[in-house]
Design a protein around this ligand. Structure first.
Ligand code: ADP
Ligand code: ADP
Ligand code: ZN
Ligand code: ZN
Length: 876
């Protein structure tokens, strides 16, 4: 299908007109949307908002752009398909700002993404103060990512690896048998090493700290690899006796020192998981040559306002702004050059300072006229500083002033990254563009929402259109226009229920959005629960937390709140989960796939510990929004495990038995049953230069994933591919008598995911959907109680109606004897909780403290709590 391009007369109209959009679940949608306006696309999740805003409008704008620039791109687009829409008129070029994490390979940072770092390098190169007789450097000499700039000792990493006793033996009260050496390999291999130590005569039943220093050092750091007889299953006494009698050993075992094992595994393993596991024991030590600043000495000796470039790259942006302010006003202070100066030069500089803007800053710096401070330099400094300050201002406006330039993008939340991109766009001064954004309010405290709105308004004022897929009710109220999609999800959605100014939505029956937008919050659904105990942690030092003590109530539903960057995730999702996992002896939660091994090895180990209540928790479960898989190979059915049961059903049919097909035959991950062309993916991936690869349907099986022979087998009239294309809701009716399939299906439906297809690839699922699938998978386990569920902003991507469903499930978990702890901004959720821990007062170094803690009603009245101010109207 090809889309007729709008005629130029229509192009100048005030509206973008869409006719007959049928992408995904859209039901032949026609709608007109104003330009140069803030337009919110609302609706429950799965209703089709993104299919309209991204899948149709943005995709079409992008297609037209590519078509206009390159025949090569055009060919790819032909393969991938064009959006299914009859016509779009008046569509300007579009820029999408989607929420995604920084891509793993690219080592980008806040500074590189915003291009502030390159300006800063220019500033140091042109306007920095050089030591006497040092020649001027080029801008690249100030970049740790270039061979010219990198510190030769650490190759520009700023850190060197160190494997120490403290990193390998976190708890020295344990014996070797009790796994004191945490860095040893798990399971059999670890046991093998222990048995070897027994044969070598080491005591494995004495607490580590009571072993002689000499023994400890040998076990950890030896490079020797002795081979000795091992008597598996023998006690130390039995082993000694066996050695004396020269009994036939179980086998000969070779020892490897604990540090050697860590370094060797890190360097050689093919398994990313193993690499990650051992990287945990490699403490990153600051490089002594560059003190962690990653640059060669010559670069670090150049100063601006008395500081080197490494130092200022580590400062919060708001502080960096304060440093650049004088220079941007033409008042360049320079303290580093200690050469002798003529009195005349000093006087001239002082005059210039006065002329340039009155009072110099308080501790009047030693401003001297040197060759370093020529007029040329001063002017360069002024111009570049102004440029940087402008960029910083839009970042600070969006509540990101707490970030530093050297912060790596993989450690940013998707919301922070999106706002970073938004700020960069504001700087780009484009006009006449449609910006398509995906829930920009995600991760924002209501207090930060104001700044976001201002940023969006600025883009609109410069003549752009803003299409925002959004759930935040306040943002909807402040929009110029709402396109409400629904009424429900998947096949039960895909219609435009309303398109117009927000107020007009009030009368639209059947709109879930209208129900929440215009009706005040319901009263509390339930009484307040009393905690059955407390989990107390102390001395937490991590990111912006410094020796923080915190108490978490158990057996209740509690929320951790606070402006973004205040330290909620650092406390809950990072520290608490790690402390509990360690306490419970769980294998540590998988590290974020996007964090590189180096990042992980370099994390500062916290001094935090559990003081009380650790034993009241038997399990800790973190339910996050990370994708459940990154290829179309994992899907809803495989992830929840219900597909195993379905495959067994197929294998037990007479047709399958006659052909000797086992359950494996019905897996698209096993060669015998799947389509050979796409190897069971249903799609073939098309690699595109400069862009993420895209998937096109398989030409052989047309997305069915299986070969013809496998598809001959039917269960109750359906072949296996047809089962995968059922929605959850439909499948409930297909498998009413199969509890192993039915139970997960019912849970998925209860949590609002009835519209998803069983075979829906993980790559098509949103973060919110992924999170709810994880939750449903968790719910189908036999309830044991005493579990702590930790969720970080579970309402991201959820419509208020979906939030209610989620809340119901979370409350159910608490009723079953568990504890639920969520990091949350949604005031309706906070109001329904039993306990609130409010962090702040600000972000970054201005936060990191607990401001108020108590019942929601008490927080609403707490004088110092920003959250409280916003919470008040929601307390029934
Ligand atoms: P929303 O943005 O309102 O949450 P979406 O537009 O993402 O909804 O999804 C609307 C419907 O289209 C849902 O049923 C969803 O499962 C389906 N869908 C989304 N992406 C794809 C895709 N790439 N291929 C097929 N169906 C999809
Ligand atoms: P919140 O969850 O309240 O938004 P965070 O705990 O994410 O706050 O962040 C608190 C502070 O710690 C911020 O200054 C943030 O920039 C910093 N921070 C968070 N994660 C990391 C990290 N992985 N590396 C470095 N700094 C971090
Ligand atoms: Zn170095
Ligand atoms: Zn195929």
């Amino acid at each position: 299908a090809s889309v007729p391009v709008a005629s130029s007369a229509q192009g100048r109209s005030r509206y973008i007109v869409v006719r007959g959009a049928r992408e995904h679940n859209l039901k032949d949608v026609s709608v007109h949307i104003p330009r140069e306006a803030l337009v919110v696309f609302s609706g429950v999740s799965g209703s089709g908002k993104s299919s309209l805003a991204f899948g149709t409008l943005y995709a079409e704008a992008q297609r037209r752009y590519f078509e206009s620039v390159s025949p090569y791109a055009r060919r790819l687009i032909d393969q991938v398909g064009v959006p299914d829409v009859d016509a779009i008129e008046g569509l300007p070029p579009a820029v999408a700002l989607k929420q995604q994490r920084g891509s793993p390979g690219a080592r980008s940072s806040v500074g590189s993404l915003t291009t502030i770092s390159s300006l800063l390098r220019m500033l140091y190169s042109r306007a920095g103060t050089y030591p006497q007789r040092q020649p001027m450097l080029f801008a690249e000499d100030f970049s740790p990512n270039t061979p010219q700039g990198a510190c030769p000792a650490c190759h520009g990493l700023g850190r060197v690896y160190e494997v120490t006793e403290a990193s390998m033996v976190p708890d020295d009260s344990l014996t070797i048998r009790e796994r004191a050496i945490a860095s040893w390999p798990p399971a059999w291999q670890g046991q093998n090493l222990r048995d070897i130590l027994v044969s070598l005569g080491y005591n494995v039943d004495t607490p580590w700290r009571d072993l002689p220093k000499k023994d400890r050092n040998w076990i950890l750091f030896t490079e020797d690899q002795p081979t000795v007889p091992v008597y598996a299953g023998f006690t130390p006494a039995e082993t000694r006796a066996a050695l004396r009698r020269k009994m036939e050993p179980s086998y000969q075992g070779t020892f490897m020192g604990a540090r050697r094992y860590v370094l060797h595994t890190f360097a050689t393993t093919q398994s990313a998981a193993m690499k990650r596991r051992v990287s945990r024991f490699m403490a990153g030590a600051v490089c002594s040559a560059c003190k962690g600043k990653r640059l060669k000495q010559e670069a670090l000796s150049v100063r601006f306002e008395g500081r080197d470039i490494g130092e200022v790259s580590g400062l919060p942006l708001s502080e960096l702004a304060a440093i650049l302010q004088p220079a941007s006003e033409g008042r360049l202070a320079d303290q580093s050059s200690k050469g002798t100066l003529s009195r005349q030069a000093t006087r001239k500089a002082a005059q210039r300072r006065i002329a340039a803007g009155g009072a110099s800053h308080s501790a009047a710096p030693d401003v001297r006229r040197t060759p370093n401070l020529s007029d040329g330099k001063r002017i360069a400094a002024q111009r570049i500083s102004r440029d940087i300050l402008e960029r910083i201002a839009s970042l600070v406006d969006l509540g990101l002033g707490y970030l530093s330039l050297d912060r790596s993008t993989p450690t940013l939340s998707p919301g922070e990254l999106q706002r970073l991109r938004l700020a960069t766009q504001i700087q780009s001064n484009l006009f006449g563009v449609v910006y398509v954004l995906d829930e920009p309010s995600a991760g924002l405290h209501p207090a930060d929402g104001e700044a976001l709105l201002r940023a969006l308004e600025r883009l609109r004022e410069s003549g752009n259109s803003l299409f925002v897929v959004e759930h935040d009710l306040d943002l909807m109220r402040r929009a110029d226009w709402i396109v409400d999609v629904g009424p429900d999800a998947g096949d039960w959605g895909g219609r435009v229920l309303y398109s117009g100014p927000p107020e007009g939505l009030r009368g639209v029956t059947g709109s879930h959005t209208a129900r929440y937008l215009f009706h005040s919050a319901p009263a509390r659904a339930r009484g307040l629960r009393e905690p059955i105990g407390w989990l107390r942690v102390a001395q937490v030092t991590r990111n912006n937390l410094h020796r923080l003590d915190a108490d978490f109530p158990l057996g209740v539903f509690s929320c951790v709140t606070g402006v973004s960057g205040s330290g909620k995730s650092s406390l809950v999702s990072q520290e608490l989960v790690e402390l509990l996992s360690a306490h419970l002896g769980h294998e540590l939660p998988p590290v974020d796939q996007d964090t590189t091994d180096e990042d992980h090895a370099f994390q500062v180990r916290s001094t935090g510990h559990i003081v009380e209540g650790g034993d009241l928790i038997h399990r800790v479960v973190q339910v996050d929004q990370k994708p459940i898989g990154r290829t179309p190979r994992s899907n809803l059915a495989t992830y929840t495990g219900l597909f195993d049961a379905v495959r067994l059903l197929f294998a037990s049919t007479p047709a399958a038995r006659a052909r000797h097909y086992d359950a494996g035959r019905f897996s698209f991950n096993v060669a015998k049953g799947r389509c050979a062309t796409c190897e069971g993916e249903g799609f073939v991936s098309v690699e595109m230069l400069f862009m993420p690869s895209v998937y096109a349907p398989c030409p052989t099986c047309h997305g069915r994933r299986y070969n013809e022979a496998t598809l001959k087998v039917r269960w109750n009239g359906l072949d296996i591919a047809q089962v995968l294309s059922l929605t959850v809701k439909e499948a409930v009716n297909v498998f009413p008598n199969e509890p192993a399939v039915l139970r997960p299906l019912e849970l998925l439906q209860a949590i609002g995911l009835g519209y998803l297809r069983l075979g829906q690839p993980a790559t098509e699922l949103s973060g919110g959907e992924a999170q709810r699938i994880k939750l449903a998978t968790e719910l189908q386990r036999t309830p044991k109680g005493h579990t702590l569920y930790v969720l970080d902003e579970p309402t991201n991507g959820l419509h208020a109606a979906d939030v209610d469903k989620l809340l119901e499930q979370l409350q159910g978990l608490v009723n079953a004897g568990n504890s639920v702890l969520v990091v949350e901004h949604d005031l309706r959720v906070i109001a329904q909780s039993d306990w609130v821990i409010d962090m702040g007062p600000g972000a970054g170094d201005a936060g990191g403290q607990i401001i108020a803690t108590g019942r929601p009603a008490a927080i609403a009245k707490a004088p110092d709590s920003v959250t409280g101010r916003y919470l008040q109207p929601h307390i029934g």
